[in-house]
Structure formats: C-alpha cells, structure tokens
Design a protein around this ligand. Structure first.
Ligand code: SAH
Length: 471
C-alpha cells in the first residue's frame, strides 16, 4: 500500500510510547527533536533513556494499561514481545490512535520517516518499508545539499512575508523572492550573517522601485580543492549548483566543473604560472561586470582561494566596486597532497611547524625569501609553484644550513587519479624533479615528515647520494 505524507503538529496531540529500551529511546528522540513531549510507559527504563528524556518526556514506570490509549493520537509500541505487541496494537488502534509497532509492518498505521531537519524546513523520506537503508542513503545525499542554515533563511523569509506582501505587487513577488533568496539575502543568511541578511532584505524592500530593479548580483570566491570532487566543501558544491556564471582556471578539474548547474555559463580564465590566459585585472573586471548584471557569480579556484590564489586581490577589488563578495575555503594543495600520500605535515617527533611558501614571486619574478629562517630544523616546508626552481630552492636551503639528507618529496597532480609521488633527499631534489619533468601542478614537501609517506605510493629517487658526502 502506498503511503501518504503528513506533517504533524506534535505539541497539539498526545503521543504515547510503550517501552523502556533502545527502540523506545530511538523513537522518543525522533519525536522530541520535533518538539513533542511524548509519554513513555514501561515497567523498567534503560539508564540512557532516563538520562536523555527525564527533562523532555513524561516517564511512567509501570505496565501499559488500556486507559493509557484513551486520548492518545499517536502510539508507538517498542520493545514488546510479538504477542504483547499485537494485544497492545488492538487496544490502541481500537481506541482510535494511529499505531506503529516497531519492526512489524503489518501492525503499523503509520511509519516514521528519515528526517532532514533544517528548523522551519523539514524534509521527510519514506521508502514504505521497502529499503530503509536506501532511505538513509538518500537522506545523506539530501543532507549534503541542504545547507545547514536553510532553516534560518526560511525563518527570515517568514518574518518578511507580510512586508513583502504589502510592498510588492503579486505579479512581481515571485521574482522578488527569487532574487532575495538567490542573491545577497540568501548568501548572507546561509553564511550565518543573519543581521546582514535582514539589512539586505530591508534595503531591497526600500529601494524606490523594487518591482523593476535589477537583481543584485554577488560574487562567490570558491576553493575547489586539489581536484578530487569528493574534497569539495558542501558549500562549494551548493554554489556550483546556484551559479549563473562560473569563472574557473587551469587547476579546476573537469570532474569538478561537471558538478555545476547545467545551464551555468563557464568561462575559462586559465592560469599557467607567468602565462595568464586572462590578465588578473581583466578577470576582476569580468567578475564585476557579471555581478552588475545581477548574476550569481562563482569564481572557482584550485585549492583554497586564500593560499597563493589571489583570492585576496579579487575580494578587495570586487568589494571596492560595491559588489557583495563571499569566500568559501577549499582544501589547499598542501593538505590535499599530504592526505593523499600519507605525509603528516606536522608530527610531534619530527615537525612542530609547517610553512607554506611560494617558489614564484609576482609576475614570475624570484621571491625574496628568507631561506635561513625556513632552513631551521624541525619544521616542514611546503613549496607551491616551486617545481621549476626545485634545485635552486634546495641549494638555498642547504646553504642556509638545512641538512642535505633531509627527506624531500614532490607530488604531481595530488589527490587526482593521475597523482604521482616521488621521494628523495633535499640534496637530490632538483635533479629528481628535472628527471621526472612533471607537467601537472606539483608540490614540494621538505622535512623529516616527507619520509613518513605511504611507501607504496612513492617512487624513490636517489641520484647523487655517495658523492654528496664529499661535496
Ligand atoms: N590556491 C591553490 C594554490 C595555487 S598556486 C591551493 O590552495 O592549492 C598553484 C600551485 O599549487 C601549483 O604550482 C602547485 O604547486 C600547487 N598545486 C595545486 N594543486 C595541486 C595538486 N593537485 N597537486 C600538486 N600541487 C598542486
């Protein structure tokens, strides 16, 4: 038989749960989470149940009696023997209650769904008992795309319903809400800035002619992580679904792009070191222009936008142009590659600090790095954009006093299917990188921890080991 979904007002009805064990506890948790105060009846209660519900439910310590069901609307029978469950079902059902006997589908007038709770917004899933595990899985997927603060946004919308009704004509109302929820108001509320979201809502209601105003665009500067779509944040994933236009660069993989809303415009503003397909100023101008057209703009960047990603420059420029901009972090290459190869970046025995350094300065110039400070023992150095200068960097570190035998690793296309990882020593690093000649993004990791990586994943390259000692 098919099922019909209903959303109950739990405070308005009497809910009785029979049982004092784990099943009763589980059901009580479900009802209490949605604001009910069930009455739980059993001759004995598990200690855990007492602890969890002594404040939020009524516990009655005795066998259930027929009169318990007199004015009950919802009855759950848990932890009862089959005969007892059947007997109680007949009484409760006969008294007019909707009954659920746990794990006995033929004795269920209703079932409890898998629930995704976002405050005002509640999503319930039923598989009609056919495949509860499938329901759980689906729930996980929906949890992932329903932002945790969706309920706050819904509550805010509720607060403004009357004002919107009063100010915006019925014909324009839908568009107004869409614009608010997709634009600045939604972005702020979902990012946890409820005050800002309210202000934005008031501002858009107070503009002279909200019916004809252009929607207000936003720019999201979003980290895409090192390449594996599984490493996207939930927020990045959601923004890819919401974007009208996506500006992405070379480090963003196709797999990640394929998660974007199908009709989003994708614009490649590729970036190869010192060979920018589109100059930075031009990218920033394009972000601003798209936002001014009222679009939800996603600037998608490899790794984390604030780690050697020019996210700071873009944020400042976009904001200076009067456009709302938000930043979503991503897994940076250092942590992504470290996890993918089993290199702990810090370790109580080997490294008490980790430093992220760039191997390239602005416009491809050499950077003025204090290698002496970075050469100190007991810390890990992670070098971005350093592959083409690996030999020079290693030489500088050795001259500054770092032991030539210090383990060093480099990882190409980290956290992607095409990942290649190599291990050597600081002394051999330059030659090893040259020999491998990586063509994908490559990260250098220097320090004792580089030797701790998962051996099965690494190629070991040691070229000059013997000569080095006499060098
Ligand atoms: N914002 C990015 C870094 C951009 S700079 C981040 O947070 O990861 C580009 C450099 O990052 C590359 O030259 C390389 O050193 C490193 N990098 C980025 N993705 C990488 C990957 N998947 N594997 C190895 N190195 C990577």
């Amino acid at each position: 038989m098919k099922q019909f979904p209903l959303f109950l007002n739990p405070a308005a009805i009497r809910i009785v749960i029979i049982g004092g064990g784990e099943e009763a506890q589980r059901k009580a948790r479900l009802f209490c989470a949605e604001g009910a105060t069930p009455e739980i009846i059993a001759p004995t209660f598990d200690a855990g149940l007492i602890e969890e519900f002594s404040g939020s439910a009524t516990l009655t310590k005795r066998e259930a009696e027929a009169s318990d069901f007199d004015d009950a609307r919802i009855v759950v029978i848990a932890d009862a023997s089959p005969d007892e469950a059947r007997r109680l079902y007949d009484i409760a059902h006969g008294a007019g209650a909707l009954v659920n006997v746990v794990d006995q589908p033929d004795l269920c007038d209703f079932t409890t769904p898998s629930i995704i709770d976002r405050g005002e917004i509640v999503i319930a899933i039923s598989t009609n008992g056919a495949a509860p595990v499938l329901g759980q899985k689906l729930r996980g997927q929906i949890e992932a795309i329903a932002p945790p603060r969706l309920g706050d946004l819904a509550a805010l919308a509720r607060d403004f319903r009357d004002s919107v009704k009063a100010k915006i004509s019925p014909a324009a109302r839908r568009a107004f809400w869409r614009r608010a929820l997709d634009g600045e108001v939604g972005a702020k509320a979902l990012a946890g800035d409820i005050t800002g979201a309210r202000e934005a809502m008031i501002a858009s209601l107070n503009t002279n002619n909200p019916d004809t105003d252009r929607p207000k665009g936003v720019v999201h500067i979003v980290g895409a992580g090192p390449g594996d779509p599984d490493l996207l944040t939930l927020r990045a994933h959601r923004l890819l679904q919401e974007a009208d236009v996506i500006f992405y660069d070379r480090l963003v993989t196709d797999e990640i792009l394929s998660l974007a809303r199908r009709d989003a415009t994708r614009i490649f503003v590729g970036k190869a070191k010192s060979n920018h397909a589109v100059p930075q100023e031009e990218i920033e101008a394009q972000l601003i222009a798209a936002a001014k057209e009222g679009k939800v703009v996603v600037r998608l960047k490899g790794g984390d936008p604030f780690v050697f990603g020019r996210g700071g420059e873009e944020l400042a420029t976009v904001r200076a142009a009067g456009i709302e901009a938000f930043v979503t972090p991503g897994v940076t290459a250092a942590t992504g590659c470290a996890a993918a190869t089993g290199i702990p970046l810090t370790h109580r025995d080997h490294a008490h600090a980790v430093t992220f350094v760039t191997g390239h300065g602005k416009g491809g110039r050499d950077i003025d790095t204090d290698w002496r400070a970075l050469a100190a023992l007991g810390q890990t150095l992670v070098i971005y954009m350093g592959a083409s200068k690996a030999g020079e960097i290693a030489g500088a570190l050795i001259s500054a006093g770092r032991d030539p035998d210090t383990p060093a690793a480099f990882i190409e296309n980290g956290a992607r299917a095409s990942q290649r990882a190599f291990r050597t020593t600081l002394h051999d690093l330059g030659d090893a990188v040259d020999a491998v000649a990586p063509s994908g993004p490559t990260l250098l990791v220097i320090g004792e921890v580089a030797a701790l990586g998962d051996a099965a994943l690494f190629n070991i390259i040691e070229t000059h080991q013997p000569e080095r000692l006499s060098a």
